[in-house]
Design a protein. Structure first.
Length: 547
């Protein structure tokens, strides 16, 4: 892309035709953006816009006229603003340009505008953009247009409207993408391919699209497209049982976002990393990530990152056993969601807030939060929020009634990829069983919970589970920490690429390193894991502890 940017720019400098100059400079800007040269892309776009203005009175015979060139320029300018901030400036540019575009192009631009609203935590704006997408659909829409319309409408409704209908639309979008190889190779659609699985949170919905999006983004060598895709993939890994991988991918996203100046993507990745660090009880690291993200949010308008970062600070306090401060953070998060009109049950901290109030002895408040959350989760109808809501019901139910709630929650957890949430429910169930003096059944829940927390590196939660087991009268030797946890994020990324079949040179190109650097890190991986071959490395990473 860097080479293409230079070639397009040079070609533009050699033409006297204003319309052609604008088109070539816009192509140079797009290539520079994908190469990760954000400032250069913005500068070239400004030149292209000036060329359009100069050529408006007498457009040249070659290429599109000034109007078509301006739409192209505005589309890219809107995409860059949405990634670099202020995020809603991207929305304004894109919606304005869409009004002057042909239907197929308009659908793409309006979907991008809706995506900007998603990360601004503006569901009303997103619903408006989604409605415009529907009205601008061509009479015989392409698979691409149908996919974007279904995904945009679905996510908009989930965020601030009809959650059940929204979930159905997202499932439709996932099905379209899964049955269209052309969509899966479209670089501009990579974020959308990851969002379907994130919003559905089902073990059987959209999972292959996540893998494909990451591989395709890396294979394209489009540095400018990577931070956003990486942060979404990392969010998914953090919401499953691959926390070590999530940490590595988050750190790569953060480094690339800093390098390319994509401040909105940086805020998103930092808030996601803070959320993961909170669950691991990494106090200083979590606060640093969350505070930097919150600082960026104020300047960029990335409201979703503000919500995530606030939730991360609540998760940290809850993990550290500080129920009072945790409740304060979660109440602030609930207020942020309410102020913005966000109704998605998946974003609600109600499950954590219910637990915090139970720990504080505020039973009435806990029951009220649990009842409200149960209604929202039931309306959405998907397994992940329903399982969390049932855990809340189990926490506040009378002594003779909690088992049914927990048993149904455990059944629903099996339909999701989230091992941490399953373990949280097992822990809560085991605690209630122990307090009901049913120690044998309590151990059946506490054992797998403790093992999952240990495997994930969620140390505060593991400590709590082991303490509960000890209270049942049973002690168990804790397993040795996984040596995979000793790998640095870059070492883990290299190991994952090599075990996926990449050559040393291919892994180096993917991570923008030299082959010698890859070999250097690989030697350290072998030393830390006590192995001597790639076959042994594959076996080590296949172990659940490697996740």
């Amino acid at each position: 892309y860097a080479t293409a940017a230079a070639a397009f720019e040079r070609a533009g400098r050699l033409t006297a035709d204003g319309g052609r100059l604008a088109r070539l400079l816009r192509l140079a800007a797009e290539s520079a953006w994908l190469a990760g040269f954000t400032d250069r892309a913005v500068s070239l776009l400004a030149e292209a816009a000036a060329a359009v203005a100069h050529a408006a009175a007498a457009p040249g015979p070659a290429g599109p006229g000034p109007s078509g060139n301006q739409v192209d320029i505005d589309e890219l300018a809107g995409r860059i603003a949405a990634r670099c901030g202020p995020v809603l400036r991207g929305y304004q540019i894109l919606t304005s340009a869409a009004a002057r575009a042909d239907p197929e192009r308009a659908v793409t631009m309006l979907a991008e505008a809706a995506l900007a609203c998603l990360f601004a935590a503006d569901p009303a704006g997103m619903l408006t953009a989604a409605e415009l997408v529907t009205t601008r659909l061509p009479e015989h829409p392409s698979d691409r247009a149908r996919f974007l319309a279904a995904a945009t409408t679905g996510i908009a409704r989930i965020m601030g409207g009809d959650a059940a209908a929204g979930s159905d639309s997202v499932e439709t979008a996932v099905a379209i993408a899964e049955n269209s190889a052309g969509l899966r190779d479209d670089l501009q659609l990579m974020p959308w391919l990851t969002l379907g699985a994130l919003f559905l949170r089902r073990a059987d919905a959209g999972r292959p699209l996540l893998e494909y999006a990451l591989q395709a983004a890396r294979a394209s060598a489009a540095v400018g497209a990577l931070p956003f895709v990486l942060s979404l993939v990392a969010r998914d890994r953090a919401a499953t049982d691959r926390w070590a991988v999530a940490t590595a991918v988050y750190q790569e996203a953060i480094a690339l976002a800093r390098e390319t100046g994509q401040q909105c993507d940086l805020a998103i990745a930092l808030s996601g990393l803070a959320w993961l660090q909170a669950r691991r009880g990494q106090d200083a690291e979590c606060r640093a990530s969350a505070n930097e993200s919150l600082s960026l949010c104020q300047r960029l308008g990335t409201g979703l990152s503000q919500i995530w970062a606030s939730g991360a600070l609540g998760e940290l306090e809850l993990a550290l056993g500080q129920a009072g401060p945790a409740a304060e953070h979660f109440e602030r998060m609930r207020q942020l969601l309410a102020d913005r009109g966000i109704t998605d049950a998946d974003l609600s901290p109600a499950a954590e807030l219910t637990e915090a109030y139970v720990r504080l002895g505020a039973a009435d408040r806990a029951r009220a939060i649990a009842a409200e959350f149960t209604l929202a989760a039931s309306e959405k109808g998907l397994p992940w929020p329903r399982a969390r809501a049932l855990r809340c019901q189990g926490l506040v139910a009378a002594n003779g009634d909690f088992s049914a709630c927990f048993d149904e929650a455990l059944r629903l957890h099996q339909q999701t990829p989230d091992g941490f949430e399953l373990a949280r429910t097992q822990l809560a169930y085991g605690e209630r069983l122990r307090r009901a003096r049913n120690r044998v059944l309590a151990r059946e829940q506490l054992h797998p919970a403790a093992e999952t927390f240990e495997r994930l590196g969620a140390r505060p939660w593991a400590d709590r589970a082991w303490a509960e087991l000890a209270a049942t009268g049973e002690t168990r030797r804790r397993r040795d920490p996984s040596t995979v946890e000793e790998l640095t994020p870059q070492e883990l990324q290299i190991a994952l690429l090599l075990t996926a079949g990449r050559t040393t040179r291919e892994a180096a190109a993917t991570l923008f390193l030299s082959p010698k650097t890859v070999e250097y890190h690989l030697r350290h991986v072998y030393q830390k894991l006590g192995i001597h071959s790639r076959e042994e490395l594959a076996q080590a990473l296949a172990d659940p502890a490697a996740r």
